[in-house]
Design a protein. Sequence first.
Length: 790
Amino acid sequence: MTMKIQELMQLRILLSFFFICSYIFASGQRAEDYKTLSEDGSWCWFSDPRSVYHQGKKECTYTGFVTSEGDIVITSKDHKSGLESRHTIYKNLEVDDHVNPSILFLPDGRLMVFFTKHNGLLYYTTSELPEDISKFGKVNSLNLGKMSCYTNPVLLSGEANRIYLFYRGGYDWKPSYITSDDLGKNWSKPKSFVSKEINVSSNRPYTKVVSDGIANIHFAFTDGHPRDESQNSIYYLRYEGGSFYDASGKVLGDVNHLPIRQESIPKAYDGVEHNQRAWIWDIALNEQSNPVIAFTTMPEETNHFYNYGIWNGKEWITNQICSAGSSFPRFVRKKEERNREPHYSGGISIDHNKTNTVYLSKPHNDRYEIEEWTTMDNGKSFSSNSVTTNSLRDNIRPVVVRNAPKELSPRVLWMNVDHYEHYTKFHTAIKGNQPANKFSGKISEDSVKAVLTAVADWQIDNFHLVKHHTLDWTNGALYAGMMTWAKTSSDKKYLDWLNRIGWKFHWQPYYRMYHADDVVVSQMYLDMYEEKKADKNSYRILGPTKARLDYVINNPSKGTLLLNYRDAQTLERWSWCDALFMAPPVYVKMANITGDDKYLSFMDQEFKATYDFLYDQEEHLFYRDHRFFPDVKLESNGEKIFWGRGNGWVLGGLVSMLKDLPKDSKYRPFYEELFKEMSEKVVECQGKEGFWHASMLDPGSYPNPETSSSAFFCYALAYGINSGLLEKDKYLPVVTKSWEALVSAVHPDGKLGWVQPIGEDPKKVTAEMTEVYGVGAFLLAGTEMLELIE
């Protein structure tokens, strides 16, 4: 290959890598890859504003929520300094997401915060300094009736800064309000402003409020709760100068003659005509100051739809946006038990600064994801973009930050669900669409330990999602790395986790007697034996693996090395190169424990048989198995086929063996020379970005990063430097670059990406792909990096 062709191939790899990263960002990313505003926070959608952008002397976003412990919390993020602050206003108010606070800015920049119990007292407080949440005044309370709930504050500058606080009436469930003409020091008596002619006490309209902050207040409200109203309509009303108007400007009443009869108010959406249960989610004002609404319709409890409505100056135009799936609460319940909140959708929020755009929560692949939907024709049609995708958890109840400038980040916030059974039983986080900080690839003890901890913790936390059997080779590779990290970490939880796995399966290898894959778990078992050998039951850790190896040695397989999946005997030998990671280190460990040379003798015999058969003396790499010999097939560029991870397995296995082989062992020289020979070749195959690829000699056909092979190579080369087998000046830059690349593949929550899936051939690899063996290799590499730092 000429130098020009080589340069073009490298350029192709780099361009492909950057294109992939750009594509992932443009098409959404995992919720876990976005910043977390709070690990514990929740809200209902009937108290607003929940999050407000304010520009005064500072430029900050202020957000309020309730925690799973019932604490009322306000946070602030300074967009210039990056400083984030948090203040708990009221502890243990009530475990109920209906009690989340709403925020109002006073003319001098101080914040007022309002919240209620779910059917109880109304509370409010004011910050002592402008644009500062560090200290609030006394939390005051008002008894507005035992049924009061939700807070929606508005300040009208055109009415001498009168504050209106809208809420659900405490005496009759109806839309109500109080006012203050002295910035919250004193309050008027409550008034209900909407009620049906026949005032049924159980009827409870749900209301959304928006204002221009000068003279107008706009309302959208329902007949009642969709649980109680089989035909639930949405109504619109506007307040200005003491009077109430419909959308056309017709006067419907005034503040001196309340409540207004709901039957006289025109409908924005007619639930009777459409025979639908609707529920209001948001109201906003477009550039013409016309109202825009977002709402759900539910022909069935399990069949929800999102809708968009706009007043065009003459009439209400409503259109369906998309399906909303079913109700979102996800929890285990008995079949005879009904979902208590079947009308809870994932949620929809209008961008108040760009009202042709909504953010909504919609299920994909059994996960609620946040999406951005935009219309250019007043709701007749929409285009969409993903905000989140392939998330581990549901993402619900998005809300767009009020007054958000065009480029604000984050612009939309949402609840990321750990558990939500009911509005009184939940644990959710608050996230926003600002990419989270990734881990540092700096070669320092703190940085390396931080990313190792995150990766190990993520894998343990998500181990229930692993589809492989617990004793499968995939997990065996994970355990090898986790054990190495467990012996390095000061936290006992990693060793305890592995110990529980061993005892659960009585320290048995997997089921196939001869298969190398089924003994790899014993690498962890034998390391655990060394940790626990002083315990009286340690013989139970050692015994099953010893019995397995003894049987294989005493009853050698009659299989050949001509791997054939239709002939099980060919899998009894180490007929594929990956097997050199799986089995040989187990035999070396057993020899160390027992002092019996038979384990080393058998291992050496079988290893060299595979070496003689699969090792290419020219390229200094291993073929995966005989089916990839050059007389059978070649890469598309004409090169021989050597898979990255296959050779990573071999080098990783060599490291494990060399760590346990005594320095004076007669077997050692061969493995040291093989290690050095392969290492020299591996360095030649490293990509410019620091990764290795699925194919060692044809990276242009497989341009994506591949972290499992890269981690094994990083592990091996770092060990080579640490042990003195490899020249530091030559290999350290390679190791440094590879570690930095590996860390770049770790998601902010600790998930390792870019891991090639299972298969004898290289497969397509993406940033979202992970596998337990990749994590095991990463942990091996990281712990060796710590040795290198020392």
